[in-house]
Design a protein. Structure first.
Length: 357
């Protein structure tokens, strides 16, 4: 059977030449020839080269400091017996041999299309239909204010590949001249930015989190953190009148990358701000040396819009460009997720959406 793979492809021009260590991954463009480069690390490298900084690459951009509290007041404690069972099953998963020639980057993905739009947010405003600004949803087609992780898992319809991923992913809707602009695709990468990803474990059932801040309303001039950027031949050709949005060449498109953290407290499925149960690495670059001792896959949304922009710029349903954010509710089937984490992330092997090398 031919494997299907939906990828937001990042097109780079001759100006870009960013080597990524000895991993064999690179962003290249030493000639006038267009180079098509799919991948989480490539997107990060190109964003950095173009003057943008992807949201979440600096933990201070999104992380709310504060000590963990006992269950209650918004903290959702994991069912330890259920989690222990999931870990036993994961630890029994035998890794497949990585074939010669595989790109050694810890990564697999879910290729997603837009499912629907609703003014709902089942994490921030659970059970409150219409209480949120407008969101664009990918993944589980049933996602609404009434959704729970259990209801998502029970619904088999998803706009992502693979079908074993029934998770819900959402972002604020992009508006141009007051009209919604849907991404032509969102690639959700599951990877690791840790020096040693071998201790990474799958997300527990019922896990959820948010990255970014919908209330952050600040200017995003060229080079500012958390910025939209242009992917494609010609790249950025100017800025909107207010300076907050790039204007892309007609051969390029508006792009954004959201990156979630790699570490989890190991105790809570959610927290009052939906961020404080996850966080940055400790002093030595590992999760175990910090306040969040459990390594989890680092999610990254690479979002491509079929739009180039103009002097009028854009707007998010949540406000300014700085308010870009992303939400995740885990509803993966546990075995397929475990296999991908074991085969791809812990072995530093690049896999596709089917989990194949």
């Amino acid at each position: 059977m031919k494997r299907r793979r939906h990828i937001t492809r990042i097109f780079l021009t001759a100006a870009v030449a960013v080597a990524l260590g000895g991993s064999g991954i690179y962003v290249a463009g030493a000639s006038a020839e267009e180079t098509s480069v799919p991948g989480r690390l490539q997107a990060e490298a190109y964003a950095a080269q173009s003057g943008a900084q992807t949201e979440g690459t600096g933990d201070a951009d999104w992380f709310t400091l504060g000590s963990a509290a006992a269950s209650g007041g918004g903290w959702v404690t994991i069912d330890k017996a259920k989690w222990d069972k999931q870990l036993v099953e994961y630890n029994a998963t035998v890794a497949k041999p990585v074939p010669a020639g595989n790109v050694r980057v810890p990564e697999f993905n879910a290729g997603c299309k837009v499912s629907h739009r609703l003014p709902d947010d089942p994490i921030v405003f659970p059970g409150m239909a219409g209480a949120s600004h407008l969101h664009t949803f990918m993944g589980n087609k049933s996602t609404s204010a009434a959704s729970t992780n259990a209801s998502l898992f029970a619904d088999l319809e998803t706009s992502c590949e693979p079908k074993e991923d029934r998770s819900a992913y959402w972002i604020p809707t992009l508006l141009e001249n007051g009209k919604p602009v849907d991404p032509h695709g969102v690639t959700v990468y599951y990877g690791s930015r840790l020096k040693d990803p071998t201790k990474t474990v799958p997300f527990p059932e019922g896990f959820r989190m948010i990255v970014g801040d919908a209330k952050k309303q600040v200017a995003t001039p060229q080079g500012a953190p958390g910025q939209f950027w242009c992917a494609g031949v010609g790249g950025e050709t100017g800025r909107s009148a207010d300076g907050n949005w790039p204007v892309c060449a007609k051969t390029a498109e508006l792009t954004y990358q959201l990156t979630f953290p790699d570490c989890w407290d190991g105790v809570h499925l959610d927290s009052p701000d939906h961020k404080s149960h996850v966080g940055p690495t400790g002093p030595d670059g590992t999760c175990t040396s910090g306040r969040f001792p459990v390594a989890i896959p680092s999610l990254s949304f690479v979002i491509g819009y079929p739009a180039s922009g103009s002097s009028a710029g854009f707007q998010l349903a949540s406000g300014m460009a700085s308010s870009m954010h992303g939400d995740f509710m885990n509803a993966w089937e546990t075995k397929p997720l475990a296999e991908r984490v074991r085969n791809c992330i812990t072995q530093k092997a690049k896999c596709d959406s089917s989990g194949a090398f």
